[in-house]
Design a protein around this ligand. Structure first.
Ligand SMILES: [Zn+2]
Length: 87
Protein backbone atom coordinates (compact mmCIF):
# COMPACT_ATOMS: atom_id res chain seq x y z
CA UNK A 1 0.00 0.00 0.00
CA UNK A 2 1.31 3.48 -0.89
CA UNK A 3 0.99 6.52 1.35
CA UNK A 4 -1.80 8.82 0.14
CA UNK A 5 0.58 11.74 0.78
CA UNK A 6 2.96 10.52 -1.95
CA UNK A 7 5.63 9.08 0.34
CA UNK A 8 5.76 5.78 -1.49
CA UNK A 9 5.43 2.32 0.05
CA UNK A 10 4.15 2.07 3.59
CA UNK A 11 5.73 -0.33 6.07
CA UNK A 12 3.83 -3.24 7.57
CA UNK A 13 4.04 -3.02 11.36
CA UNK A 14 2.56 -4.91 14.27
CA UNK A 15 1.33 -2.43 16.87
CA UNK A 16 0.27 -3.74 20.30
CA UNK A 17 -3.15 -2.44 21.25
CA UNK A 18 -5.61 -2.61 24.14
CA UNK A 19 -9.31 -2.22 23.56
CA UNK A 20 -12.43 -2.76 25.60
CA UNK A 21 -14.44 -5.40 23.81
CA UNK A 22 -17.73 -6.66 25.22
CA UNK A 23 -16.85 -5.17 28.62
CA UNK A 24 -13.39 -6.73 28.82
CA UNK A 25 -9.97 -5.28 28.27
CA UNK A 26 -8.46 -7.25 25.42
CA UNK A 27 -4.84 -6.98 24.34
CA UNK A 28 -3.97 -7.88 20.80
CA UNK A 29 -1.41 -7.08 18.14
CA UNK A 30 -2.99 -5.84 14.94
CA UNK A 31 -0.94 -5.21 11.81
CA UNK A 32 -1.10 -1.87 10.07
CA UNK A 33 0.57 -0.09 7.20
CA UNK A 34 2.60 2.80 8.60
CA UNK A 35 4.25 5.57 6.58
CA UNK A 36 7.87 6.17 7.53
CA UNK A 37 7.71 9.82 6.53
CA UNK A 38 4.44 11.13 8.00
CA UNK A 39 3.43 8.34 10.40
CA UNK A 40 0.06 7.78 8.75
CA UNK A 41 -1.53 4.47 9.78
CA UNK A 42 -3.85 2.60 7.42
CA UNK A 43 -5.38 -0.83 6.84
CA UNK A 44 -6.42 -2.40 3.60
CA UNK A 45 -9.45 -4.68 3.63
CA UNK A 46 -7.32 -7.79 4.14
CA UNK A 47 -5.59 -6.32 7.19
CA UNK A 48 -8.89 -5.07 8.58
CA UNK A 49 -10.29 -8.61 8.35
CA UNK A 50 -7.22 -10.28 9.91
CA UNK A 51 -7.07 -7.64 12.67
CA UNK A 52 -10.71 -8.24 13.48
CA UNK A 53 -9.96 -11.95 13.72
CA UNK A 54 -6.92 -11.28 15.96
CA UNK A 55 -9.15 -9.29 18.31
CA UNK A 56 -11.77 -12.04 18.39
CA UNK A 57 -9.09 -14.69 19.07
CA UNK A 58 -7.62 -12.67 21.94
CA UNK A 59 -11.06 -12.10 23.38
CA UNK A 60 -11.72 -15.83 23.24
CA UNK A 61 -8.45 -16.49 25.07
CA UNK A 62 -9.45 -13.93 27.72
CA UNK A 63 -12.86 -15.42 28.43
CA UNK A 64 -11.67 -19.02 28.21
CA UNK A 65 -12.42 -21.89 25.90
CA UNK A 66 -16.04 -22.43 26.86
CA UNK A 67 -17.28 -19.19 25.36
CA UNK A 68 -18.60 -20.35 22.05
CA UNK A 69 -17.29 -18.26 19.21
CA UNK A 70 -16.54 -15.38 21.58
CA UNK A 71 -18.37 -12.39 20.20
CA UNK A 72 -18.51 -13.84 16.74
CA UNK A 73 -21.35 -15.56 15.07
CA UNK A 74 -21.70 -17.02 11.66
CA UNK A 75 -24.28 -15.74 9.32
CA UNK A 76 -25.20 -16.81 5.87
CA UNK A 77 -25.35 -13.82 3.60
CA UNK A 78 -25.35 -13.59 -0.16
CA UNK A 79 -24.67 -17.32 -0.30
CA UNK A 80 -21.49 -16.97 1.78
CA UNK A 81 -20.73 -17.71 5.38
CA UNK A 82 -19.47 -14.65 7.12
CA UNK A 83 -18.14 -14.13 10.59
CA UNK A 84 -19.73 -11.21 12.31
CA UNK A 85 -19.41 -9.59 15.69
CA UNK A 86 -22.62 -9.62 17.66
CA UNK A 87 -22.19 -6.50 19.74
ZN1 LIG B 1 3.28 9.51 4.28
Amino acid sequence: MDCPNNHGKMELKRLPKEVTFRGRLVKYRPEHFVCRSCGLVADDWKLAASNQKALADSYRREVGGDAQDGGMRRRRKDGLWRLEFSL
